[in-house]
Design a protein around this ligand. Structure first.
Ligand SMILES: [Zn+2]
Length: 427
């Protein structure tokens, strides 16, 4: 029996363990915001890793957004050194999950197993991926106790809110230094035959128009900030949205609708603050003197962030040239540069071969429309050899009745295990 055959058998034999591990993880509600039970899930994983002979480290991201004594941002890093020097393969999973929302027919924190699917918030995004990587690593260690390099697994906080208390913090502390880690797989759900090479960029801004308050019966004595913003929206419809649709990318983004620049208007607010639901009175008549809008621009590897900003400024300048008394401000809220790992990077080639051997078909290469923690590995860690590869269907992420398929987790674990053999089982 070859090493690979033994690995595959080991993984198949761990099916029940994989199910139980996934269920246990789902039953610890790690909702973010606010960032609940990070310590509990790290402690659970710590016991598991110590049992499997890993050295573990608990790291709290003190002072990062949201970190407090009530909601501390805990992360866990587990590392097992081989018997010879070599490269380190790192699997990084975020443990936080988003709000449950409406429409569930299953217990979102029950970990129910029905017809080969495990249901729960975070099953697909991405506790199923975390469980698959743990079982893959343990099976690899069982069949290949004498390996070179190191196997590392991290369970991190806050990916859903930007990753500052998780991977960004660890990267700043040197955990993703290319001297220490050479290959990174983030088991986010992109389907088991797909390698995700990276993601588009993000630019969030708050834009504001200004007017002058006056009595609503005499609006000509004031200046309506909402009408000014209306003119901005009109100009966006006329010139910006068509221009964005023209900007196509070579990045293999899925779904294909995201293979262009996009802009979402996340929110708009002008005039008086809305009363809460218990308020039964009427509003008072005032001309709004301010209108604010949050925009979410997703951009491509082919675009510079400076051009993305200039394009928005140009819309406001065009409107300004046509309207007297038009004043505005643009404030950046958040930015992430696009990233895409080369197809001939070592981790990409290794996982592509493992996919082909496991499924008998070539790997598909994709890029994510939204960002994930790869940005921090790349920008802060300066480690380019990073991909996302994991079980689960991307479309199910953040939805009601989210699930992960047991068969998919096993298949992904086999791909991960084969990759470990290729990189670390060298004599
Ligand atoms: Zn995720």
């Amino acid at each position: 029996m070859t090493l690979t055959d033994r690995l595959i058998r080991e993984i198949d034999e761990r099916r029940d363990d994989l199910i139980a591990l996934t269920q246990d993880l789902l039953r610890i509600p790690t909702l973010n915001p606010p960032g609940e039970n990070y310590r509990e899930i790290c402690d659970y994983l710590d016991r598991r890793f110590q049992g499997a002979g890993f050295e573990t480290e608990l790291v709290r991201a003190f002072g990062t957004p949201g970190d407090s004594d009530k909601y501390p941002r805990w992360n866990l890093i587990a590392r097992r050194e081989g018997s010879r020097s070599g490269e380190c393969m790192h699997f990084n999973s975020h443990v936080d999950v988003v709000d449950v929302g409406q429409g569930w027919t299953r217990d979102p924190f029950g970990g129910e197993l029905v017809d080969g699917k495990i249901y729960g918030r975070g099953s697909c995004d991405m506790k199923g991926g975390l469980a698959a990587s743990i079982v893959a690593a343990e099976a690899f260690l069982a069949v290949c106790p004498e390996f070179s390099g190191a196997v590392e697994i991290s369970a991190t906080a806050d990916e859903e809110s930007g990753g500052y208390g998780g991977v960004a913090y660890l990267a700043e502390k040197g955990y993703f230094d290319p001297e220490r880690v050479q290959h990174v797989i983030i088991p986010e759900p992109f389907n088991k035959n797909r390698i995700c090479l990276g993601h588009r960029g993000v630019w969030w801004a708050e834009v504001e128009t200004f007017g002058e308050i006056a009595h609503g019966s005499m609006p000509f004595l004031g200046d309506c900030a909402i009408r000014h913003m209306g003119a901005v929206l009109e100009e966006m419809e006329k010139s910006l949205f068509p221009a964005l649709a023209q900007k196509q990318t070579e990045m293999p983004v899925i779904p294909e609708g995201a293979r262009q620049s996009t802009l979402n208007i996340n929110s708009i607010h002008g005039g008086q603050v809305e009363g809460d639901a218990s308020f039964t009175g009427l509003p008072s008549p005032c001309v709004p003197d301010t209108c604010r809008m949050i925009i979410d621009r997703r951009f491509l590897l082919e675009e510079d962030i400076e051009d993305v900003q200039a394009e928005i400024r140009q819309i406001f300048e065009t409107v300004k040239s046509r309207r007297n008394s038009f004043q505005y401000e643009i404030r950046e809220l958040h930015r992430v540069l696009p990233t895409m790992t080369e197809r001939d990077a070592p981790v990409v080639r290794t996982v592509a071969r493992a996919i082909e051997e496991t499924f008998g078909q070539k790997a598909e290469y994709v890029v994510s429309p939204g960002t994930y923690d790869q940005k921090h590995v790349d920008r802060i860690g300066k480690l380019k050899n990073c991909i996302a590869y994991g079980p689960g269907i991307l479309d199910l992420a953040h939805k009601p009745d989210e699930y992960v398929g047991v068969e998919d987790m096993l298949d992904c674990a086999k791909v991960m295990g084969r990759s470990l053999i290729e990189l670390l089982a060298k004599p």
